[in-house]
Design a protein. Structure first.
Length: 322
């Protein structure tokens, strides 16, 4: 990506110029779209504030400021040049500054953008996002989450993986979490959602959420859980919220299929684990499992349930015993 292209993209982001003209420029080349998206994302990133300080730019840029409605996004004040924005993007992306979540998240809370913002973690990587209203989202490993602001509300979509949501309730700005074939609406709560295959498991630690599928609706209170499977809301059951959650490094499996236990181990540890057969994947598991020692845990489960754990250069493989 050339310096000239980055400067053009910065000018479009900073000054606009009409939707039709912008669309023509974006359609002219895939490089144009990549450059625009890169600069636009940087403009929305609180790390820009720190970057300007580090580069001693003048005049100063102030941070992302909330509008009258909490959680709304505003750009930094004008006065800096598009060329400087382009230079910052080039330098900071090469240095890895903007890709480092700890820097970004300790500077300023994240305001839900009007266009979706994708947050991704790798297997074994944990991340916490603080929203501008004080809500916090804790992402487990191998997770994809998008955040957006729509119609005055707070919206997110859990695309893959697992996240624990500690949401500040605001009846005028509901927090809605979209899932495949369903959604959750926060009624002032802390809740966890874990996706495994075509099933999303929901556990409520405090407060209340409404789980809605293509078939069925359930209201879940603290210490209650339910699954959403291919759009169907399952029955509500109890669980012990005081036992903690995956952030403490343990899970409490209660009649879980083996593939769900494996998914939990893989997310937290980062170790690749393959279950060799569908029959083995569906084997039911109950017990307390430590998430950062997958080989030891699986060996213990193998002794109890009659399967074999084999180690390969790229991870672990589980096969039927005998």
């Amino acid at each position: 990506m050339t310096s000239s292209l980055k400067d053009q993209a910065a000018r479009w982001v900073d000054q606009g110029g009409g939707a039709e003209a912008l669309n023509d420029w974006l359609q002219a080349s895939p490089e144009h779209r990549r450059a625009y998206d890169q600069i636009d994302q940087t403009m929305r990133d609180p790390a820009l504030v720190e970057a300007m300080r580090l580069h001693d730019a003048r005049p100063k840029v102030v941070g992302l400021r909330p509008q009258a409605r909490a959680g709304a996004f505003t750009r930094p004040v004008r006065g800096w040049t598009p060329a400087l924005a382009a230079a910052l993007v080039a330098g900071l992306l090469l240095a890895g500054v903007l890709s480092a979540p700890p820097l970004r998240e300790r500077l300023y809370p994240v305001a839900a953008p009007r266009s979706p913002l994708l947050v991704v973690t790798a297997p074994g990587q944990l991340r916490t996002i603080t929203l501008s209203d004080g809500s916090r989202i804790h992402l487990n490993g191998d997770t994809r989450l998008s955040l957006a602001q729509q119609g005055g509300g707070r919206h997110a979509r859990l695309i893959r993986g697992e996240a624990l949501f500690d949401i500040r309730h605001d009846p005028e700005r509901p927090f809605v979490l979209a899932l495949d074939h369903g959604s959750l609406t926060d009624l002032g709560t802390t809740f966890n959602v874990s996706i495994s295959g075509d099933q999303a498991a929901v556990q409520v630690y405090s407060g209340t959420v409404r789980l809605k599928g293509e078939t069925g609706v359930a209201t879940l209170n603290a210490n209650q859980q339910a699954d959403l499977t291919r759009g169907v809301v399952g029955s509500v059951s109890g669980f012990d919220a005081q036992a903690g959650d995956w952030r403490g490094g343990w899970i409490e499996a209660r009649d879980w299929p083996l593939h769900r236990v494996v998914e939990a181990l893989r997310r937290r540890s980062g170790v690749a684990i393959v279950v060799a057969s569908p029959a083995l994947e569906s084997k039911r598991i109950t017990g307390r499992v430590r998430l950062d020692t997958p080989r030891e845990d699986l060996d213990a489960l193998a002794d109890l349930h009659g399967f074999v754990v084999r180690e390969r250069s790229d991870g672990l493989v589980l096969t039927q015993g005998g």
